[in-house]
Design a protein around this ligand. Structure first.
Ligand code: OGA
Ligand code: NI
Length: 360
């Protein structure tokens, strides 16, 4: 018998979904115990003996100062990005050009959005993928394959180009537009630096439109009454090419490194970058898309904004020619991001890697 048996999960999920209040709504209603659909099986919980945490290891921190003016410094930065992308799939960036005030504003308005009156917030609640700005709790809540996460999300979809000002919830319009202007610039910088780190021409990834569009998911992890029974985000790797993540100072994000969980401690002013599955695919495993998760605590809320950068939807991609030889045959078949995401979603955030399905 599965741990989910013996109660009407579908009914509980349906009632929760119809409330349109997310997990924040549960906290506001004063719950002291988690509903069953948010409780995770013991083996995936942080307390399980299979998941020790390494405290003395740290994700590389890369200082971007000088990347655009000093050739020697640039090649050092490219080297640091290459090493981090091969060994960790993650790095933290400082002096990346996004002003601290812009990042703080972004965190503030995400929090404000999630903490406003339920009546106003629920107007944005939707699972309709055609809606380019929407609020929801757990992308795969209704799929029902895995236990759900203790977080709510406000999403902005830039995959079909820019949004108009009226598309945004008024209270976060200015801050999100301001933040994204800087992120678009940083994306270009990273596209060039990653191309060079792969040993390709600086404009390679931009030319093949590998970093074309993005979605930004703005998460809110409320303080949790029983944090030992659930997770903020289950173990997963991102389906994107690259993710640029802003996190506040609460902590809880961990990356799986050499089979052990390592904390990605918040550094004031830093942004986190991580390689996604699609980059691992096109680089034929040179760069690694590494699994990560978010723990929740009794204190919070924790706020984060993950900008997932995706390739052109209409192009098919496979391992890049430069990485293929007789000794190093292609590891993956060609696919386009639509097919990849469809498989990723079908699978759910169940801890397995979607990439395996595309191996040759
Ligand atoms: C994600 C993610 C981590 C976080 O959105 O893919 O891993 O800190 N988010 O919210
Ligand atoms: Ni992620």
């Amino acid at each position: 018998m599965g741990f989910d048996s013996g109660y009407d999960r579908a009914k509980e999920v349906k009632e929760f979904e119809e409330s349109k209040g997310g997990v924040k709504g549960l906290v506001d209603s004063g719950i002291l115990k988690l509903p069953r659909f948010l409780i995770h099986p013991p083996e995936t919980l942080p307390s399980s003996s299979s998941s020790s945490t390494r405290l003395h290891l740290h994700v590389p921190v890369i200082d971007f100062t000088g990347h655009d003016v000093d050739d020697r410094r640039r090649s050092e930065i490219v080297g640091e990005i290459r090493e981090a992308s091969e060994k960790w799939g993650f790095f933290q960036m400082v002096n990346h050009g996004v002003p601290v005030s812009v990042m703080e504003e972004m965190v503030r308005v995400i929090r404000e959005f999630h903490e406003q009156e339920r009546e106003v917030k629920r107007e944005w609640y939707s699972r309709d993928e055609k809606m380019r700005v929407r609020f929801f709790c757990n992308g795969d809540l209704l799929v029902g394959k895995v236990a759900n996460c203790w977080r709510d999300t406000l999403m902005f979809d830039y995959q079909h180009g820019s949004l108009s000002p009226q598309d945004y919830p008024p209270l976060c319009r200015e801050a999100v537009i301001g933040y994204m202007e800087h992120i678009f610039k940083l994306k270009e910088t990273l596209s060039q630096l990653l191309s060079e780190a792969l040993g390709l021409n600086r404009d390679y990834l931009t030319k093949i439109e590998c970093m074309k569009g993005e979605t930004v998911v703005c998460h809110y992890y409320p303080p949790c009454p029983e944090p030992e029974l659930t997770l903020g985000t289950t173990k997963h790797s991102d389906p994107s090419c690259l993710t640029i993540l802003l996190q506040d100072n609460i902590g809880g994000l961990q990356v799986l490194h050499q089979n052990q969980w390592v904390d990605i401690n918040p550094i004031p002013g830093a942004l986190v970058a991580n390689i996604g599955d699609f980059m691992q695919l096109i680089s034929n495993d040179k760069f690694k898309s590494v699994e990560h998760r978010v723990l929740v605590g009794r204190v919070g809320p924790r706020v984060s904004a993950a900008c997932h950068i995706y390739p052109n939807k209409t192009h098919k991609y496979g391992p890049i020619e430069e990485f293929i030889s007789n000794e190093n045959p292609p590891k993956y078949r060609e696919t386009h991001i639509g097919e990849y995401l469809a498989h990723y979603r079908l699978k759910g955030l169940d801890g397995s890697k979607a990439l395996l399905y595309f191996t040759l």
